[in-house]
Each structure stands twice: as structure tokens, then as C-alpha cells.
Design a protein around this ligand. Structure first.
Ligand code: GTP
Ligand code: MG
Length: 367
């Protein structure tokens, strides 16, 4: 917990800073004017002075609720995540999909350096997120973020349902995201797609033709068999969802990965969820902020906008955010900076607190 500095606290309550310091001292806390008191101390000392305060977290202070009118919502492309057990062919499948998209003569996307790609199928876009860090995915889900619209579950036909297959199913269920099953490696001699169907029924992933809700496609990533069918199925599934977003708003979305690039500084790949992001926009991403210096699409091209469901790299942040962080455009650079700095301070203090094991219990035991 961060809370106000001693000076700020005294100023807000209109009391003598020395009085605050004295009272803190009585509680075993030696603090100077410029040190932060922590939310608990703020409440404790205020109470001690016969005052009631409520600490408003920056999250609360800057909380926004998005309200889009129906007429502002426009159809948007689906965001698809490919999941499945190790070696079942996720990467191969994405490669095959990208090739298809490019071969179709459209502006297909080939991902080289960012963890997402956009494929263009007959003028319709699909955004694929490549093997998102398990952590990022969980973090986003914990925040109630619907980052992915469809999960493509890759199951090797010669291997069947394995532990990470089940993990992916659990992810999808917890996030309430529909699963399209890609039964892969059907070219292999030992392939048994029906066994995969049978095994998946145990986890309530049931083919439509068996009366269930899941679409199944048998593919070979290696031989590029039925990749078109899979893409068509994904689009069918997306149609059912009637995905929409308001593009005419200040952009917000999620960080899907981030790193420190030697030459370019902090680089964050974000997925725009709502609104349109432009170079020059001031953004806060987790505890980072900055003015967008450049937007780079999955093909490495500088672009001047990113629309809902677009993955894009952002340059210009002051530090590296964490995968799963929310990002949002701010009108006022000072607000952006304030929020990011407060978050960064909170994170640092929380870390210190864990390190030094100072807790409220310790505080009381010292009284
Ligand atoms: P991880 O990222 O390690 O979890 O694996 P992955 O799911 O991305 O699998 P990947 O695409 O790396 O494929 C694993 C192995 O299976 C590779 O040797 C591929 O060549 C092979 N493979 C993938 N798809 C097929 C397929 O359709 N048929 C055959 N025969 N082999 C395949
Ligand atoms: Mg892989």
C-alpha cells in the first residue's frame, strides 16, 4: 500500500505535519515528511486524530466504465488463440494458416517478431494470437478481459487428449470461450480422429454431428490439408458471436507481450479491444506510460492506426509493462503520468513489503 506522504496527509487533513510524525512515532513508525504512509497508516492516524478518511485507490480514481451505444458498434474481426498439448502442432498449424492467407493473394500477415498475426481470408480478417504466455492469459482472464473470442484446440490424432489439452479446455470454459477443435496430424499412419472425438466427450467437448456444440475439423498442418475448412469454420463460429466494437473511441485493450529492445527501448505488443489507437496518443499500460512514438503491425510495417482486434507494437513507453496489463489512451498526459507513477510506486512498495515482511501485524505487535 502506498498512501499519501506525511506532508500530503497533513495538508489534506489541515493538521500540523509534526503532530502526524509524532503520532506515527508512537506507533513505532519513523517517517519523514516525504515518505509515504501506506493506506493502513493513513486510516489509523486519521482515526487517531478523530477523523475518518477513505483511501481511494488510483484504480478507483481513474476507473472508467465504457458505454457504447448500439449504433456506435461496428463488426470487428475475431481474435483467435491456438492452444493444445506440447508438440501437437500449434506452431505448424499457424504457419500453415499464414501461408494460406498469403497464398490467397490478400494482405496476409506473416509474423516474424510479434506474438500475433493477422490473416486475411477473402477480405475478412482473423487475428491469431500465437501461444500466449500462460501467465498473460490467466492474468487477463482474472481481470475479466475477454481477450480471445475463439480457442482453436489442437489435438494430435495420433496422440489424443493429453494434460495440456485438458488445461486448454479448462481455460476456455473458465473464460466462456467457444472451442473449435483442430484434429491435427491426420496424415500420420497411427491417426485416429474418432478416438480424439470420443476422448473429448469426457470433457464435454462434443462434435455438432454428435449433438454437441463444438465444430471439429480434421487437418494436417504438415501437408496443409483442410486448412481452408478450418479457417471457414473459425469464421462461422465468429459469425455466431456477432463480434462488435466501437472504433470511434479512445483506444483501450491489453498488453499481450512486452520486452526491452536494445535499439527501440520498451516495446509492447497490444491488442486493441475498443477504439482506435494512433501515433501521438498518450497511453498508460499497467505501470508504464508514454506518448506513442510509432505503431508497428505484425508485418513490421509502420501504421497510423490500429482498430479493434488489431495487434500492434507500441514504441514510446517509459518502461516495460507486463503481459496481461490493460492499456488505455489518456487525454491528459499529466493524468497518465500520475496513474502510471502511482502504480509503479505501489508495485515497488509491495515488493519491498514482501521483502522486509513488514505487515500490519508486525506494526501492532510493536506498539
Ligand atoms: P510446442 O510449441 O512445443 O508446444 O509444439 P507445437 O504444438 O507448436 O508443435 P509443432 O508445430 O512444433 O509441431 C511438433 C512436431 O509435430 C513437429 O515435428 C511438426 O513437424 C510435427 N507436426 C505438426 N503438424 C503435423 C502434421 O499435421 N502431420 C505430421 N505428420 N506432423 C506434424
Ligand atoms: Mg509451438
Amino acid at each position: 500500500p502506498q498512501g499519501a506522504t506525511v506532508a500530503k496527509f497533513a495538508e489534506i487533513l489541515g493538521v500540523q505535519p509534526n503532530d502526524v510524525i509524532k503520532r506515527l512515532f508512537m506507533l513505532g513508525q519513523v517517517l519523514t515528511l516525504t515518505q509515504s504512509m501506506g493506506d493502513e497508516l493513513v486510516e489509523l492516524i486519521a482515526d487517531d486524530m478523530g477523523r475518518k478518511v477513505r483511501v481511494v485507490s488510483p484504480e478507483e480514481e481513474y476507473a472508467v466504465v465504457y458505454h457504447d451505444r448500439d449504433e456506435d458498434l461496428k463488426p470487428r474481426p475475431p481474435v483467435v488463440t491456438v492452444m493444445g498439448h506440447v508438440d501437437h502442432g500449434k506452431t505448424s498449424l499457424l504457419d500453415a494458416i499464414r501461408d494460406t492467407g498469403v497464398a490467397a493473394g490478400e494482405a496476409g500477415g506473416i509474423t516474424q517478431h510479434i506474438g500475433a498475426s493477422v490473416v486475411n481470408i477473402d477480405g475478412r480478417k482473423i487475428t491469431f494470437i500465437d501461444t500466449p504466455g500462460h501467465e498473460a492469459f490467466t492474468a487477463m482472464r482474472a481481470r475479466g478481459a475477454q481477450v480471445t473470442d475463439v480457442i482453436v484446440l489442437v489435438v494430435a490424432a495420433d496422440d489424443g487428449v493429453m494434460p495440456q489439452t485438458v488445461e486448454a479446455i479448462n481455460h476456455a470454459k473458465a473464460a466462456n470461450v467457444p472451442i473449435v477443435v483442430a484434429v491435427n496430424k491426420i496424415d500420420k499412419p497411427g491417426a485416429n480422429p474418432d478416438r480424439v472425438r470420443q476422448e473429448l466427450t469426457e470433457y464435454e467437448v462434443i462434435p455438432e454431428e454428435w449433438g454437441g456444440k463444438n465444430m471439429f475439423v480434421e487437418v494436417s498442418a504438415k501437408q496443409k490439408l483442410h486448412i481452408d475448412d478450418l479457417l471457414e469454420t473459425i469464421l462461422l463460429q465468429a459469425d455466431v458471436l456477432e463480434l462488435k466494437a466501437n472504433p470511434d473511441a479512445e483506444a483501450s485493450g491489453f498488453v499481450i507481450e512486452a520486452n526491452l529492445d536494445k535499439g527501440r527501448g520498451p516495446v509492447a505488443t497490444v491488442l486493441v479491444h475498443r477504439g482506435t489507437l494512433h501515433p501521438g496518443d498518450v497511453v498508460v499500460a499497467g505501470a508504464s506510460y508514454g506518448r506513442v512514438r510509432a505503431l508497428i503491425d505484425p508485418r513490421g510495417k509502420h501504421v497510423d492506426e490500429a482498430l479493434p482486434a488489431d495487434p500492434v507494437e507500441i514504441l514510446g513507453l517509459n518502461s516495460v509493462p507486463t503481459a496481461g496489463d490493460e492499456f488505455r489512451v489518456f487525454e491528459d498526459e499529466r493524468d497518465a503520468r500520475k496513474l502510471a507513477e502511482e502504480r509503479a510506486l505501489r508495485a515497488r512498495l509491495a515488493e519491498q513489503e514482501t521483502k522486509s515482511h513488514v505487515s500490519l501485524d508486525d506494526l501492532f505487535s510493536r506498539i
